[in-house]
Design a protein around this ligand. Structure first.
Ligand code: SAM
Length: 191
């Protein structure tokens, strides 16, 4: 599960601080094992460390973290902003994990939350693809638990990328299905 991946990176690099965007019921938060952990969520009933949106949090605070988990509002523009802001709030050698990068159907990844079938990934995958095209890091999606995208800033890009689109609004689910190489899915943890 997502916390296994997060805990594996904490152990690998000896990380000390963690931020989760999107606390919700604390299912992941409670299972992350690290010295300092904080969360941000605009829904105060979830009892996050900071009750506000991720945009407001990043604007207000300049704290840096070793590892940041992006799992707030699952809309591509928001996830893209969360990635940009998380990179700016990451300690040197830090890692970003982003949830819900592998939708299982077109409905599941609809832009707005109108999916009645349970899990809704939203279209986070589009922000992953854009950032994979633009960032200088090797990126992959651990293909478990709805797809966990990873940006490990210790891993400079080492191989040629497939042709990747960068305009999120133009990305279509049919292309996502036709081009699994856009995501770089892995089943085993490459660490
Ligand atoms: C899918 S749940 C998070 C699940 C949790 N991360 C876990 O692994 O168990 C999404 C959460 O993001 C919160 N959220 C929505 N918009 C947000 C925003 N702009 N910034 C931060 N959190 C947001 C919601 O209130 C909700 O609690």
């Amino acid at each position: 599960m997502r916390w296994d991946l997060i805990n594996a990176y904490i152990k690998k690099y000896g990380f000390k601080s963690f931020l989760e965007i999107g606390h919700d019921q604390g299912i992941a938060f409670d299972r992350v094992e690290i010295d300092l952990k904080e969360s941000v969520d605009p829904d105060e009933t979830t009892h996050p460390t900071y009750s506000m949106s991720s945009d407001d949090f990043f604007e207000k605070y300049s704290t840096k973290y070793d590892i940041i988990f992006i799992d707030g509002l699952h809309e591509h523009a928001q996830v893209d902003r969360d990635i940009k802001n998380a990179l700016a709030h990451l300690n040197m050698g830090g890692v970003i994990v982003m949830h819900d990068c592998h939708p299982i159907s077109e409905e599941c990844q609809r832009h707005t939350f109108v999916y009645p079938g349970g899990e809704w990934t939203g279209d986070c995958w589009k922000a992953y693809v854009k950032n994979r095209a633009l960032l200088p890091y090797d990126m992959y999606v651990w293909d478990h638990d709805w797809g966990c995208g990873v940006i490990d800033t210790n891993m400079q890009r080492s191989s040629e990328l497939p042709q990747l689109p960068t305009i999120m609004a133009d990305m279509e689910y049919a292309e996502f299905v036709a081009h699994p190489d856009w995501m770089n899915f892995v089943v085993e943890l490459p660490m």
